[in-house]
Ligand binder design. Structure first.
Ligand code: SF4
Length: 993
């Protein structure tokens, strides 16, 4: 491959295996999976044998991989420079006795000592008060293991980074349609005619999205991007519609208004496949706003205890109220979507009821395009036209595929209805304190047009769709936090009612991050962004040991970074750190490493085994489940050890039941053994390919001792293609539901009706209104729950707006992830640094000129919370009320082993300094004076990163041409690799590495 490329292009640069100095060395190629971002593309790593073992010379995309089909991006091919990063940690480190946290004074220790120290400390915590151990992970790919570790330890204090990433997108969609964008589902651009992308620049599904967009455009598809900023994918959009940050919900509500007003709806879909016709109780009391249902549990398909199916509809044909299933969908029935002229139907017991859709109709009545224009900045006429375009694509341009399928109630559909209107949305919608309801409004809009798991619309990826609500309850019983005892449920899950919250009898939070409490009830991914602040405040209690994996909490992963750094150093009256022991596991010398008491050096993705499994985060395609692995193509550098191995070792030493034999011995030799032999249920393990003793079974089967070898021989990926009649309509597809249950992807095979109306949200609201007998929120949170747990989508202003003088801070400020870098990882990458070594604040020329700041000039950006000094660039690709910058390019001086004074530290900056991590609770609600709550979505706890309001002013001429704030220079820790100049010289063809 490379030879032919080279011979056709003799002038190519010198980073080329043919230029390496030993012409007799053989190049070998090994396949594994990229982890330069979270897309998980298949890659081929080209190696030559060096003096000390194999060395990487080149990385390209694997053409035989289903996800990227050979495509590779700049980050992926620059993985070689991550491997040779000067910031690599190489040995376990212990903070020197008497040195201060943050000073970065460490002594190297052996792994044996590190394990001894850690297992002794953790054993004591586990035997006394397990909740005093907290495990929080960043961009972790193995939550099935990290979550299991926490559960077996017996601590509820576990989460990955989803709470500060995109939980609103996941939860808003899953609680509405049973699946979400990215790895759980996405736009079917192959069959779509109109594609609308909201709030997305660069994505977690980067290469596949770019490939699909290119084909879509070539096939004549129309692409509309709605975003405050025109970057990333939007560069090739046919139309960019600028919008003010945090207002997408208003636009979507106005689109709903127009679709309902003009009756641009998929009526048949709504009646059969959603809860739109189901009858909601109007009478005041504990049933108010919930669905009426037949109290006879024998009626209708059985529910699962959380999702009853015996709800009711009004049949317009017979004029009677019927059970929704199966009577309400029988041939000839016509469930009403609207209320009768008298405003309601009446049940036999006199209860007044109305179809859920009638309530939605009422809700959207006032959400006119003119109303939305004032909020979003988008002209009312453009909103009206957009609604027409959506309806035209979904309904007028609809077609049928000759694919017969049978629905959950036995009806045979001779064809599959296509709805060629696709959406995609990500963090731009999610990272606001109104994000959950905004995403709900998008999900409802997609449902009204019948685009869910339809050809050309949104399509699920196995194991999705899940139930609404998914059958995963988060651990919620404080009495079950016991010494030396695993939890009786996983720490994370999806609450379906107040009874499932993780709270104490007095309503106070059970977890250190306050997830699943009344403050943020549906925080399905936890709230990592609260951990350090809460732990230091002792709210609700103090912890002993915090273990962070791949999470740069002392820099770009925290709001209000400087306060978090100060918190990590804060001591109590006795001079003890408020967080007594901080363990940081990372492959690189991040800013957070300086604060660690114990540093555990992780490997790179090229040096370890990993699994992207169906029990966790697979890489499934629309046509079937796909799991994949990483296999080591290089030996670990120095004494680096994969974090997965560390966890299996600790779990074995601590004798967690799942890691210990009946005789008390060690159950798994290490991570690879664990992956092969762990079974979630008989025959269901992490990896679904090549199971059975001989490797001849797929999806389900006994453990195969040679399973890793089978993956390694097959491009590190297993792709199971479902029969065509299981490719669509999987919320209701009888064949798929049965198949998925049989293969362990679902607990039950009942259908997943779309939640136009959320009785789950209503159950929380009823509690807050004091109308139910069960758990009720504390007084000061009642109004909050009543307001935001609305069963119908609605738009409200981001919560920060109420805490800020909007005239004084008139601009919205947001960040985006650059295409060439992934979070904080890539400023240490010698090739990628040449693309971005520092960032600017991008501002519309009219806004910048009004503030008196020149293009390229230094400016102060101020929020109600903090200020930064940075360089500013004029840009017409941003709406005038918004300023933005690339995320995480700014670095602490000396961190990531960058030379002191590097551009990243002195010209680059973080917007995080402007973002407050807490907001005041409204007074007059019973909240104690000065009470604060996390600056997050009140429903899911998603961090409100994109809510910050700012103003800009020019820096004074006499001020330093340097970004502000600056931090003390981080000095190199013992054993950090260094040596980038040498590697760069080699790849420029000038020396040996
Ligand atoms: S998109 Fe992500 S996973 Fe794919 S090649 Fe690029 S960096 Fe690697």
């Amino acid at each position: 491959m490379f030879k032919s490329l080279f011979s056709e292009s003799p002038g190519l640069p010198l980073q080329d295996p043919l230029s390496e100095p030993n012409p007799t060395a053989q190049t070998t190629v090994k396949c594994t999976t990229c982890y330069m971002c979270a897309c998980r593309c298949g890659i081929r790593v080209h190696l030559v044998e060096g003096d000390k073992g194999p060395e990487v010379r080149y990385i390209d995309g694997n053409p035989d991989h289903p996800l990227n089909q050979g495509v590779i991006c700049a980050k992926g091919s620059a993985g070689i420079m991550k491997q040779y990063s000067p910031a690599r940690l190489t040995q376990p480190l212990l903070r020197k006795p008497g040195s201060e946290r943050g000073a970065g004074e460490f002594e190297p220790i052996s792994w044996e000592r590190a394990f001894d120290l850690l297992s002794e400390r953790l054993a004591h915590i586990r035997a006394t008060d397990p909740k005093k151990f907290a495990l929080f992970t960043g961009r972790d790919q193995m939550q099935a293991l990290t979550g299991l570790f926490a559960r077996q330890f017996g601590t509820p204090n576990y989460a990955a980074h989803g709470g500060f990433c995109s939980v609103n997108m996941a939860a808003g969609m899953i609680y509405s349609v049973g699946g979400s964008f990215w790895e759980f589902g996405g736009p079917d651009l192959e069959r779509s005619k109109l594609f609308v992308m909201l709030g997305t620049a660069e994505d977690h599904h980067s290469n596949p999205m770019k490939t699909a967009l290119s084909k879509f455009k070539r096939a004549g598809g129309r692409f509309i991007s709605i975003n405050p900023v025109r970057t990333g994918y939007s560069a090739i959009a046919d139309e960019w519609i600028p919008i003010k940050p945090g207002t997408d919900g208003a636009l979507l509500m106005a689109l709903l208004h127009e679709l309902v007003r003009t009756d641009t709806l998929d009526h048949a879909f709504l009646k059969r496949f959603t809860n739109a016709p189901q009858l909601v109780v109007l009478d005041e009391g504990e049933r108010e706003g919930l669905f009426a249902f037949d109290p006879d549990p024998a009626k209708g398909p059985p529910g699962d205890g959380r999702n009853p199916h015996n709800k009711l509809v009004f049949d317009r044909t017979s004029g009677r109220i019927l059970n929704a299933y199966p009577e309400g969908i029988a041939e000839g029935c016509d469930p009403a979507l609207d209320a009768p002229p008298e405003g309601h139907y009446t049940l036999a017991d006199g209860t007044r009821v109305v179809p859920a859709f009638a309530l939605l109709r009422q809700r959207v009545l006032s959400c006119t395009p003119e109303w939305a224009q004032a909020i979003t900045g988008i002209a009312a006429d453009r909103i009206r036209l957009l609604a027409q375009e959506l309806g035209h694509a979904a309904l007028t341009q609809a077609f049928e595929l000759p694919i017969p399928w049978t629905d959950a109630w036995g009806k045979k559909h001779p064809t599959t209805q296509a709805r060629p209107l696709a959406f995609h949305a990500m963090r731009g919608l999610a990272a606001h304190s109104n994000g959950f309801q905004t995403v709900r409004s998008l999900a409802v809009l997609m449902s009204l047009l019948g685009t869910i798991d339809a050809p050309g619309g949104f399509r699920h990826k196995a194991p999705y769709p899940r139930h609404i609500v998914p059958n995963y309850r988060a651990f919620n019983d404080p009495d079950m936090v016991k010494p030396n005892t695993p939890l009786n449920a996983a720490p994370l899950g999806f609450p379906a009612s107040p009874e499932e919250l993780a709270i104490h009898a007095d309503g106070s939070p059970m977890r250190i991050d306050h997830a699943f409490s009344w403050e943020h009830p549906l925080s399905a991914h936890g709230m990592m962004h609260n951990v350090i602040t809460n732990a230091v405040k002792g709210d609700p209690y103090r912890i002993d040991t915090l273990m962070l994996f791949m999470a740069n909490m002392a820099w770009n992963s925290s709001m209000n970074t400087m306060a978090v750094r100060e918190s990590l150093n804060r001591k109590d009256d006795k001079g003890e750190y408020m967080i007594p022991f901080l363990v940081v596991c990372d492959a690189f010398q991040s800013e957070t490493v300086a604060f660690a008491d114990l540093v555990l050096p992780d490997t790179t993705y090229l040096e370890r085994h990993d699994t992207m499994s169906m029990l966790d985060r697979p890489i499934s395609e629309f046509d079937g489940p796909v799991d994949s692995v990483r296999v080591p193509v290089l030996q670990p550098l120095g004494e680096c050890k994969p974090f997965q191995e560390v966890l299996v070792e600790l779990a074995s030493r601590l004798k967690f039941p799942a890691f210990t034999t009946a005789e008390g011995g060690r159950k798994f030799k290490g991570y690879t053994d664990f992956i092969v032999n762990f079974e979630a249920q008989p025959g269901i393990g992490f990896l679904m390919g090549w199971r059975g003793e001989n490797g001849d079974q797929h999806l389900r089967g006994a453990p195969n001792p040679k399973q890793w070898e089978a993956y390694a021989q097959n491009n590190c990926v297993f792709h199971y293609t479902l029969p065509e009649n299981m490719h669509y309509m999987r919320n209701w597809n009888r064949g798929y539901l049965d198949f998925a249950k049989d293969k362990g992807w679902r607990q039950r095979n009942d259908p997943v009706q779309l939640a136009i109306y959320s009785d789950t949200l209503q159950s929380f609201r009823l509690a807050a209104q004091g109308k139910t007998k069960g758990r009720q929120p504390p007084e000061h949170l009642r109004e909050r729950i009543k307001t935001y747990f609305d069963p119908l989508p609605f738009w409200y202003a981001p919560l920060e707006d109420a805490a800020v003088d909007l005239k004084a801070f008139p601009l919205n400020a947001i960040t985006q992830r650059p295409m060439a870098m992934y979070h904080s990882w890539d400023s240490q990458n010698a090739w990628l640094r040449q693309i971005h070594s520092h960032n600017y604040l991008h501002v519309h020329p009219s806004t910048a000129q009004a503030a008196g700041v020149a293009d390229g000039g230094w400016a102060w950006v101020e929020s109600h919370w903090g200020q930064v000094r940075c360089m500013l660039r004029y840009s017409e690709a941003v709406e005038p009320g918004t300023v933005w910058t690339w995320n995480a390019i700014g670095k602490g001086d000396g961190a990531w082993h960058l030379a002191p004074g590097s551009d990243e530290a002195h010209k680059g900056f973080l917007l995080n300094h402007l973002i407050s991590e807490e907001l005041p609770l409204p007074q007059g609600t019973g909240a104690p004076a000065g009470a604060k709550v996390s600056n997050s979505d009140p429903i899911t706890g998603q961090a409100g990163w994109y809510d910050v309001r700012v103003r800009i002013r020019p820096a004074e001429p006499e001020e330093a041409a340097q970004s502000f704030p600056q931090v003390d220079t981080m000095r190199p820790v013992p054993g950090v690799r260094g040596g980038v100049a040498q590697v760069m010289r080699f790849f420029a063809g000038k020396s040996k590495p």
